[in-house]
Write a protein that binds this ligand. Structure first.
Ligand code: MLT
Ligand code: ZN
Length: 474
C-alpha cells in the first residue's frame, strides 16, 4: 500500500497528500458530528489532469474514493471509511472565465460559492445560488448535491443554474461537457446525471454557470403571521403583485426566532410583539444605475402597499420593512441565525421535506400534532423555504429529556414525519440529498423502477463501485 500512496504523492506532490490523522481531521469531521468518518488519505489535486491520474491510480489499486468539496453537507455524503481516499477539490479554486455578455461564467469545482458570487458582481452580474454555508462550501459540492438555498423561488436550484460541466469518470476518463450555450438539444443530458449524484457517478472538476442581471433595487421585510395558512395567502398575493421580483419567502416558527434572539448576540426580534409565525420576504429588480434609487423606492413602496393590504385583510399581523441595505441585511441575518441558534436548544431531529405549496399548512398541522402526540414536550422548530414548499421541520428535544434518549427516538420521529410527507405527495429530501442519512427512506419511498434504473446508471458509470460507495443508492 505504501507503493500506492507513493504513486499518488508523485501525482499531486507529497505536500498535497495528507495521511496524518491530526491533519485529515478537517476533512473527516462531519458537519453535524453524527457520523464517524476516517480515511486512508486525503488527496488535494491541482487540476483535472491530476484528478484523472489519482482516480486511475485508485482504480488500479481497487481503492474506493470519496469526492469532497467544502465538507458542509448535511446528510453524510462526504463521510469516508478507513480504507478510502478522500479527493478534496479545494485547491482547484480558479474562476476560469466570466463572460458578461453571455451571462455565464466558467469555474473550477473547488471555488468557494461566495467567491463565485463576488466574481460575478465584479462584472456587474449576479450568481443567485445563496445558502448559509456559502463562505466555505464549494461549487463542485453544490452541484453534486443540487444545492438550493434562499433564492430558489425565483432562480431555481444548482441544476437550473448550470449550463455545462466537466467530470472525471471512475476509469480515469474525462467527460468534457463544458458548454456555455443555453440551448443544446443533442441527446441525453449527461450533466444532469452528475448534478445531484453526490459524487457517486463522477468527480465534477469544472462547470459553466448561468449569470443574471445584477439586482440593484431591493425591498425586504419580516412579517408576523397568525398561522401558516396566512403565509400561503401572503405568498400567493405577493407573487401576483410583484411578478418575478419575489426572490425569497422564508417561513420561521416563533420558537426559532426567539431562540435566535435568546442565543445570538445582537439579534433582536424585528417586531415588537411575538407572533406564532414569521416570514422573511425579499424582492429585487435589476435596473440601470441611474435609475437605481427610484427603482428601490418604488419596489419598497410596492411591498409596503401589498403588506398594508394584507394587514387590512388580517393576513399579516405586523410588518417590519427595511428602508436601506443595512436593515435588509439584518433581516436576512435573522434567518441565518435561527439555524445557528438551534444548537443551543439541545438535541435536534432534522427533516428537510417538501410538499406541494398548498399543502404546507396541512403538513405543519399534521406533523406538529403527530410529533407532539408521540413525544410530549417535543418542540417543532420549523423554518425554511416556504416559497419552494420546502420546510426544515426540525424537532428540538423536550427540555427535561436526556439528549441521548431523545436522539435515540430519531428513526420513529422520521417515520412519522416522512409518512405524512408521503401522504401529501411530497419529498422526504427536498434540498440536502440522500448521503447516508436517508438511505432507508430511499428504500421505502422510491418506487422499484426508479431504484432499478439508479442501479443500472451507477453500474454504467462506475461498474466497480469506486465512487462514494454506499451513498445515495440503498
Ligand atoms: C437552511 O436552509 O438554512 C439549511 O438548509 C438548513 C440546514 O442547514 O439544516
Ligand atoms: Zn435550506
Amino acid at each position: 500500500m505504501q507503493n500506492f500512496l507513493d504513486r499518488i504523492a508523485q501525482i499531486v506532490g507529497a505536500q498535497h497528500l495528507i495521511t496524518a490523522a491530526a491533519a485529515t481531521q478537517k476533512y473527516t469531521t462531519e458537519l453535524r458530528q453524527r457520523y464517524a468518518s476516517e480515511c486512508r488519505a486525503v488527496v488535494l489535486p491541482a487540476d483535472p489532469e491530476q484528478v484523472a491520474a489519482v482516480v486511475t491510480c485508485c482504480a488500479a489499486a481497487k481503492v474506493s474514493m470519496v469526492p469532497q468539496g467544502g465538507n458542509t453537507g448535511a446528510v453524510g455524503g462526504a463521510v469516508a471509511r478507513r480504507e478510502q481516499v478522500i479527493i478534496n477539490l479545494g485547491r482547484m479554486n480558479r474562476i476560469l472565465e466570466v463572460d458578461a455578455a453571455n451571462y455565464s461564467m466558467r469555474v473550477q469545482a473547488g471555488c468557494v460559492l461566495a467567491d463565485i458570487q463576488q466574481a460575478a458582481r465584479r462584472h456587474e452580474r449576479f450568481f443567485p445560488l445563496s445558502l448559509g454555508a456559502q463562505g466555505s462550501c464549494q461549487i463542485g459540492g453544490n452541484l453534486a448535491t443540487n444545492a438550493g438555498g434562499i433564492n430558489v423561488l425565483r432562480y431555481g436550484s444548482a441544476r437550473d443554474l448550470t449550463l455545462g460541466l466537466e467530470a472525471v469518470l471512475a476509469d480515469g476518463r474525462r467527460y468534457c461537457g463544458l458548454s456555455n450555450v443555453r440551448k443544446n438539444n443533442t441527446g441525453y443530458d449527461l450533466k444532469n446525471l452528475f448534478i445531484g449524484s453526490e459524487g457517486t457517478l463522477g468527480i465534477i472538476t469544472a462547470a459553466d454557470l448561468k449569470l443574471f442581471p445584477l439586482a440593484r433595487a431591493q425591498a425586504a421585510a419580516v412579517v408576523g403571521l397568525q398561522d401558516a395558512d396566512s403565509a400561503l395567502a401572503l405568498l400567493s398575493s405577493l407573487r401576483a403583485a410583484t411578478g418575478d421580483c419575489l426572490t425569497t419567502f422564508e417561513l420561521m416558527a416563533n420558537i426559532a426566532v426567539q431562540a435566535a434572539v435568546a442565543h445570538i448576540p445582537r439579534q433582536s426580534d424585528p417586531l415588537p410583539q411575538q407572533h406564532p409565525w414569521y416570514a422573511l420576504i425579499v424582492a429585487t429588480t435589476s435596473h440601470t444605475a441611474a435609475e437605481s434609487d427610484d427603482a428601490e423606492t418604488a419596489l419598497q413602496r410596492q411591498l409596503e402597499s401589498c403588506l398594508a393590504q394584507a394587514m387590512q385583510q388580517d393576513i399579516v399581523q405586523d410588518a417590519a420593512l427595511a428602508t436601506n441595505d443595512r436593515q435588509a441585511q439584518q433581516l436576512l441575518r435573522l434567518r441565518e441565525n435561527i439555524v445557528t441558534a438551534q444548537a443551543f436548544e439541545g438535541g435536534s431531529i432534522k427533516h428537510d421535506i417538501s410538499v406541494p405549496l398548498a399543502q404546507v399548512p396541512e403538513f405543519l398541522r399534521r406533523a406538529q400534532h403527530a410529533v407532539q402526540a408521540a413525544m410530549p414536550g417535543a418542540r417543532p422548530y420549523a423554518y425554511g423555504h416556504m416559497g419552494d414548499g420546502n420546510i426544515h421541520f426540525n424537532i428540538s428535544q423536550p427540555p427535561d429529556m436526556e439528549r441521548a434518549a431523545f436522539l435515540a427516538q430519531a428513526p420513529q420521529i422520521h417515520e412519522l414525519v416522512h409518512e405524512i410527507v408521503h401522504q401529501l405527495n411530497g419529498s422526504f429530501s427536498a434540498e440536502h440529498g440522500i448521503g447516508i442519512a436517508k438511505l432507508d427512506d430511499m428504500k421505502k419511498y422510491k418506487d422499484a423502477v426508479s431504484l432499478a434504473l439508479y442501479q443500472q446508471i451507477k453500474r454504467a458509470f462506475d461498474p466497480h463501485n469506486l465512487f462514494n460507495p454506499g451513498k445515495v443508492n440503498p
